[in-house]
Design a protein around this ligand. Sequence first.
Ligand code: F0G
Length: 362
Amino acid sequence: MHTERTTPKLGVIERYRDYLPVTESTPIVSLGEGTTPLVPCPRLSKRVGRTVFVKNEGVNPTGSFKDRGMTVAVSKAIEHGAKALICASTGNTSASAAAYAARAGISCAVILPAGKIATGKLLQAFVYGAEIVAIDGNFDDALRLVRELGEDSDLAMVNSINPDRIAGQKTAAFEIVDVLGDAPDFHLLPVGNAGNITSYWAGYREYHALGKATKLPAMLGFQAAGAAPIFYNRIVERPETVASAIRIGNPASWKQARAAIVESHGAIDVLSDEEILAAQTWLAQHEGIFVEPASAAPIAGLFKCCDSKEAAYSFQKIPEGSRIVCTVTGHGLKDPDVITAQMQELKSAPASVESVRHAFGL
Ligand code: F0G
């Protein structure tokens, strides 16, 4: 008899139910998110002289880490009778919210900064059927509008100020500890609205308190130099960076991010757009992992710790034998324009072995 494999991959709610704000009566809205690979990276490790793993969140159902929090936020919204979602976004939150809304059979309203969303992310929000409004303003303006609109309506707000989002996102820290058998010594990640660093720190602390990890990692956050309010300790009115996902001047979880950095004895640092793009290409060409620009920030940050005297966190403080995890947050295909601009014209040749050989210089 023909048998089919019918067990779907468990989503983060099924996998970590005991740690999440759900009950038996919470309807689970899932796309099989989480359980992303913690990829050992030999070339990256060799380049920096320490053991480095990349937590590849780009392989989540909508191509970013947002799906972990979204499954919890949307499940809870449905439990509370929400008929629609609303969010502000630099792109990934809207792609994720739109997908989970479609999955739940409700609608999704999205407010975006006009002209600043990577092509792939905008396509996602569109194809999943979201109602999209592009405002003449940045992400911080969009979030302010969402907060106001969310207050007086049936719309469930699914930005990371929603605690269910943070709860779901902390499962990434659980997975890392479950795979490594303990917490890493250092955790590097990009920082935009600062929900993710808040979530990881909550996850690591929770596992530590339960005795599932013997230590806590130092949290190292990275912002783009043109959008670095936490680093400079002031609101940036006009944030600018090629890493559009983290083009944010007034992060909602600013205080929590600060707390994570201080309590973990970590640091926050800045990177130029050039450093970010160089790390994006390096990671693709040396480890086969293609990430969007914002996600290359922790890789660029690791190089900075290693190479630069100006780094906020000196590499001397990363002893040999340390285990380092870098979270790469979103898939490279979401933002093809950045790479298209770098691409050279293709070599062309008539369809014969000889001409192709010649074209390759063989
Ligand atoms: N990396 C990517 C790919 C992101 O999309 C974001 C945030 C971050 C990093 C930063 O994470 O905000 O938790 O500090 N994107 C949000 C959005 C703002 O709307 O998609 P954070």
